[in-house]
Design a protein around this ligand. Structure first.
Ligand SMILES: Cc1cc2nc3c(=O)[nH]c(=O)nc-3n(C[C@H](O)[C@H](O)[C@H](O)COP(=O)(O)OP(=O)(O)OC[C@H]3O[C@@H](n4cnc5c(N)ncnc54)[C@H](O)[C@@H]3O)c2cc1C
Length: 384
């Protein structure tokens, strides 16, 4: 294992951690990623990449590859779950590029993650490294992994998700909250869908539940759906579980025939607990700093969780460049001051599950440019 001190250790090789590593390396700052999984794993899921996130992809240099991989929905539709009536519709496609300066894509999450992984230098990601302890001595951070190995780093970025070990180090133990909703996820071949044509991306709603449906590839060969359905309890020790067509039929009984056709076409479906946390009182201390789900996990109802992790990564690197690496304390302060309000707003709207239901101007979210937005002063200087 690495004997010398490394500049930045990123803990967690999810979308946020990889974005941070790529952007740091592009800025000429050494970064290594330590990921607990033994290898890269593909999840049967899709993901929205909205223009605010595509702008970071432009900065990372993988925009073209993503454009080639993903579906380019022409419009977003919000529909009544029972009648199918269109409640709101928004042009995307060329209109999104013209209005927001970047595309709106829907893509296989695995394809997105693989492109992110390819974007970092070879040997950047160390798999099979579950962080079990870390010690910030003041002059460096000592990281210990479950395989008995250890490394020394100048700075540690906690991109280790909702159960972050680094968040625990900063704020003490504390489980995320089960929100009372679960999400079903399924992906299947478009040819299996009989007698119904889907919108390119749509969200179908009733009072207490919804289903989001879209293509995940440029050729529209595969369809993905993800739901939000109330369920009173969930064992906190339990991750995702298998679900079934019957469970889906029960959850969406009486819904539009198009949704029944989607359920009929489903081969495998899983269910996931939706967890979140209240905004944290701090995002960094000493040489440790958090990003993404480690500091602001949220319900996925705005499809912006990974987007916020990726924007965080870009802002953190921007702030380190702004202050100079050695003044990381000011950089961390500047970073939090420029991210916490937006992340909390997205958390709040996601929790309320109102986004694009009846119509609104999405510019505050999609029009955000993390590389150009004017920086607000760090909290410390506001308090002086
Ligand atoms: C059903 C559902 C649908 C969603 N849809 C969307 C969407 O369409 N668009 C969107 O933007 N977001 C979406 N999200 C949210 C998104 O998945 C998360 O917000 C995003 O993955 C957070 O990224 P991250 O890098 O912060 O954390 P993660 O993706 O959780 O990555 C954390 C990484 O850290 C690793 N790790 C954890 N602990 C350790 C440790 N101790 N040592 C080493 N490694 C560790 C993990 O193995 C993991 O690889 C969805 C979420 C759900 C549940």
């Amino acid at each position: 294992m690495l004997k010398r001190k490394i500049r930045i250790a990123v803990v967690g090789g999810g979308l946020g951690g990889l974005a941070a590593a790529r952007l740091l390396q592009k800025a000429g700052i050494e970064a290594r990623v330590f990921e607990q999984a033994p290898s890269f794993q593909r999840l049967g899921a899709g993901i929205h990449i909205s223009p605010n996130v595509m702008r970071v992809m432009q900065g990372m240099g993988i925009e073209k590859q993503l454009e080639a991989a993903g579906a380019h929905p022409d419009r977003w539709r919000s529909r009544d779950g029972l009648t199918g009536e269109v409640m709101f519709e928004m042009a995307l496609g060329a209109h999104a590029v013209e209005r927001f300066g970047a595309s709106y894509l829907t893509v296989r999450r695995g394809d997105f993650h693989a492109l992110m992984l390819e974007s970092v230098k070879p040997e950047t990601v160390h798999f099979g490294k579950r962080l079990v302890d870390l010690d910030d001595t003041g002059s460096s951070v000592h990281l210990s992994f479950d395989d008995g190995s250890a490394v020394e780093a100048e700075i540690v970025i906690g991109a280790d998700g909702i159960n972050s070990k680094i968040r625990e180090k900063l704020l003490g133990p504390g489980r995320p909250t089960y929100t009372g909703d679960i999400a079903h996820r399924a992906m299947f071949a478009t040819k299996d869908l009989k007698g119904f044509t889907i919108d390119e991306v749509s969200k179908w709603w009733s009072g207490d539940r919804h289903i989001v449906v879209y293509y995940v590839d440029r050729n529209k060969d595969e369809i993905y759906y993800v739901t939000g359905v109330p369920q009173t309890t969930w064992d906190p020790a339990q991750g995702w579980l298998p679900s079934s067509r019957d469970e889906m039929r029960e959850a969406f009984a009486g819904w539009h025939p198009g949704i029944q056709a989607l359920i009929d076409a489903t081969r495998e479906v899983t269910k996931w607990p939706l967890m979140d946390r209240d905004p944290l009182p701090l995002w960094s201390r000493g040489r440790l700093v958090l990003l993404g789900d480690a500091c602001h996990p949220m319900k996925p109802h705005m499809a912006q969780g990974a987007g916020m992790a990726i924007e965080d990564a870009a802002m953190l690197v921007r702030c380190l460049q702004e202050t100079g690496f050695d003044d990381y304390a000011t950089a961390f302060n500047l970073y939090e001051s420029n991210r916490s309000e937006r992340a909390s707003r997205v958390q709040r709207v996601s929790k309320n599950n109102t986004w694009l239901r009846y119509g609104e101007d999405p510019s505050w979210c999609f029009g955000y440019d993390v590389f150009k937005v004017p920086l607000v002063a760090p909290k410390a200087s506001i308090e002086v």
